[in-house]
Design a protein around this ligand. Structure first.
Ligand code: BGC
Length: 746
């Protein structure tokens, strides 16, 4: 997984060339910020707080079929008349790594050469699973798949590559990672999260931030990260995107805040606000969350950007402001520093009026502008706002592809393998069927080339669908193909059934079409009727069935599970997903992914693994189809000797836990050693267990390793009755696989 020496060398040389003069030097930057702010007019300052979409400065609104070009007059108007400080996004479709630098250069030319103070623009983009708006970029599994790798080093590496490819496009700011904990299976943005667990999310999220930003965001191989969407966006009660969440303060702090805290501790430069509301209060209007908690408590020092049109939405949608002007005042005074307006200059005009009328104090403007300028200085934009063409040499290079392939392979999770159906021999004859079989778009999901990710014709021709990869693996003559059904409609199930009768194995790829954000809302978590019908029809033939799930959320398949022989979960595995799936199916790769979510069995039983004891009292059960952390391998692992260094501890002492794991099978494999802690009695009803450590280890057949974990007070703490984090003395159980050990905290 390591990058080659040549690559590291070239990256290091770039660091030396470009970073020397603007290494992050906080006192110096603070001075420069203060000095610059003191020279700025009110108009220039408010302009810095304004972010518009690229359509505002373009000849057309942009689309897949149009020539998408900047409009010089509009660009100059935005930057010289309205002093905008930031532009975002894309003309609905990704552009080449050559075109982006041209666009950014033109924008920075205006900002730096045609304005009084020459303040560069900070351009921001959603590079959610790689530089997804630059054609040909390295596109990784979506976050849910990255979480399934349980491999922090790999996510860090993926973020480093993403940063380099985004910067190669001339863009210094990425609106990722999504740090909402994904505990609502219906939510169409579940796949943008790292799953349901607090610890897994905060670990992977912080590594991602470190990978994107490196030690110093002025390095031209790094970009500023944006932790989003602060706070509680991922838990809408109805499961519909941008709809209300009801989250008690304790749960907010227990479940949803820690990942943001970890990102802030890792130095995240920016934060984006939750589009929606918690407990009836839109987060864009919450002084408590945006200032008291985020700034005063968590110590966040970067700047806060609104989400899309969401200041206006305080008036238009949430109805807490009586007009747009009141909405602007509310959001700015709550703590939003930059408005993603995004279609006009209304924010600029209204905020200017508000300050002139004395309704918004100028100190608040100075504060917001200073935060924005500070990030611009830290990024080195004042020294060099222009794209670095040198980076193109590494863009989408083979080594990046290898890392991507590894990520896709390590994400794939084997959920069922009756009588070792998998891996398949390469001498079999197979039917490949189902709607996800022959599309690249479904492997990638939303945020791929376009927002919805559904422009299949624009996908790179050199990447493999599952069908193409299987054909290559065992020879096209051994592969029959029948789509059978579309996502929601039958095409020709009888033809697929007929084909299944003549083969050894039917590989059925089912799942979801691409979607992103609100268009992905659903009313039913069950897999579509057409797809289930295809699976059932093929199961009836008696031919061995292997199900491949390609989906962003766990669509219920309980009806067909028993009769299938093997099931693999591929999530949204990215551009190398087709290859990785074929590698796992035919045994070139031993699967090592583990579920970062509970895969529900029933539509109304959507429990997470860290449920409360009472939830299973009275005959109920955590009856997930597959539980959080689950995933099979082609080998077996045996655990022994779970040991705690002492049985009694005092508060403040660290606790050392060791466990031995052995590969008892015949093939090399990777295992995720998962450490859970249970608090037996607590003043707030304790969850049955919580993940507090994990380690991915590779073991040769017969090899053993002792894995060591260190637990601190923090791992035993919880949010108490006063909504403050506390540690209580008492008995705790640590568990790894089936082993358990007890200790007492005095
Ligand atoms: C999404 C954000 C995204 C922004 C800019 C919004 O609709 O909620 O996640 O960063 O658009 O594209």
């Amino acid at each position: 997984m390591k990058l080659s020496k040549t690559l590291i060398f070239s990256i290091m040389s770039l660091l030396v060339i470009f970073s020397g003069c603007h290494k992050k030097n906080i006192p110096e930057i603070d001075e420069r910020v203060e000095n610059l702010v003191s020279q700025m007019t009110l108009e220039e300052k408010i302009g810095q707080m304004t972010q518009v979409t690229i359509q505002v400065v373009s000849k057309t609104r942009g689309s897949v079929d149009q020539i998408n070009e900047l409009d010089q007059a509009k660009l100059e108007e935005a930057i010289t008349k309205y002093h905008v400080g930031s532009i975002l996004n894309v003309w609905d479709v990704g552009h080449s790594a050559d075109y982006w630098p041209e666009v950014i250069t033109r924008i920075q030319d205006v900002a730096t050469k045609k304005t009084r103070l020459g303040i560069p623009i900070i351009y921001g983009i959603d590079a959610i699973h790689g530089a997804n708006y630059t054609l040909g970029a390295t596109l990784f599994p979506q976050n849910i798949g990255m979480a399934a790798t349980w491999n922090p080093e790999l996510i860090r590496k993926s973020a480093e590559i993403t940063a380099l490819e985004v910067r190669a496009s001339g863009i210094p700011w990425n609106f990722n990672p999504v740090l909402g904990v994904g505990r609502q299976s219906l939510w169409p943005r579940l796949w943008e999260t790292f799953g349901e667990d607090v610890y897994l999310t905060l670990t992977m999220g912080a590594e991602y931030v470190k990978g994107l930003q490196g030690d110093d965001i002025s390095n031209p191989v790094n970009v500023a990260a944006c932790a989003k969407h602060y706070l509680g966006y991922s838990y809408p009660l109805s499961g519909k995107d941008r709809s209300p969440a009801w989250i008690p303060e304790r749960m907010l702090r227990e479940i949803f805040l820690p990942s943001f805290k970890a990102a802030i501790d890792a130095g995240v430069a920016t934060v984006m606000v939750n589009s929606s509301e918690i407990n009836g209060i839109p987060v864009h209007s919450s002084y408590y969350l945006l200032t008291e908690v985020l700034r005063n408590e968590l110590g966040f020092k970067g700047f806060v950007v609104s989400d899309w049109n969401d200041i206006n939405n305080l008036y238009l949608r949430e109805k807490v402001a009586k007009n747009q002007k009141e909405a602007v005042k509310m959001a700015v005074m709550a703590g939003v520093d930059m408005s993603m307006v995004p279609y006009d200059f209304s924010f600029y005009e209204l905020l200017l009026e508000l300050v002139k009328e004395g309704a918004v104090p100028e100190w608040r403007i100075d504060e917001a502008v200073a935060r924005i300028l500070k990030v611009k200085f830290e990024l080195g934009l004042f020294e060099n706002p222009y794209p670095n063409v040198e980076l193109k040499k590494q863009f989408a290079c083979d080594e990046f592809r290898e890392v991507n392939l590894q990520a896709a392979r390590e994400s794939i999770t084997l959920l069922k393998n009756k009588k070792q159906t998998l891996p398949l021999s390469k001498n079999v004859k197979v039917l490949v069927t189902g709607p996800s079989t022959n599309l690249l778009s479904v492997l990638n999901g939303g945020w791929t080339i376009t927002w919805q990710g559904n422009e299949e014709a624009l996908y790179p021709k050199d990447k493999k669908t599952v069908l193409a990869a299987i054909r290559e693996k065992i020879g096209a003559q051994n592969v029959l193909y029948q789509p059978g059904v579309d996502f929601n409609e039958e095409i020709d199930i009888p033809a697929a059934v007929q084909a299944a009768k003549g083969v050894d194995v039917a590989i059925i790829c089912i799942g979801e079409p691409t979607y992103c954000e609100t268009p992905g809302n659903i009313d039913d978590l069950t897999m579509s009727a057409a797809q289930l019908k295809l699976v059932e029809a093929i199961e009836k033939t008696g031919t061995s069935v292997v199900l491949v799930l390609i989906e962003g959320r766990p669509r219920l398949i309980n009806k067909v599970v028993d009769k299938t022989d093997a099931i693999i979960m591929a999530y949204l595995p990215g551009m190398e997903g087709g290859q990785a799936i074929a590698d796992v199916l035919f045994g070139d790769v031993n699967p090592s992914g583990k579920l970062p979510i509970s895969y529900p069995r029933y539509p109304h039983s959507l429990m997470t693994y860290d449920y409360k004891n009472s939830e299973t009292a009275g005959g109920n059960d955590y009856d997930a189809q597959w539980s959080f952390g689950f995933g099979l391998s082609y080998t077996e692992f045996a655990y022994r000797d779970l040991t705690i260094d002492k049985t009694e501890f005092s508060q403040g002492e660290d606790i050392r836990v060791t466990v031995n794991v052995t590969n008892t099978g015949d093939v090399v494999g990777k295992e995720v050693v998962q450490l859970y802690v249970s608090d037996l009695v607590a003043s707030i009803t304790p969850p049955v267990k919580r993940l507090k450590g994990f380690r991915k280890v590779e073991l040769q057949p017969g090899e053993s390793k002792t894995v060591e974990f260190e637990l601190s007070d923090d791992d035993l703490s919880f949010i108490g009755r006063d909504n403050i984090r506390i540690v209580e003395p008492g008995e705790f159980v640590v568990s790894v696989a089936d082993l358990k050990a007890k200790f007492e905290l005095r």
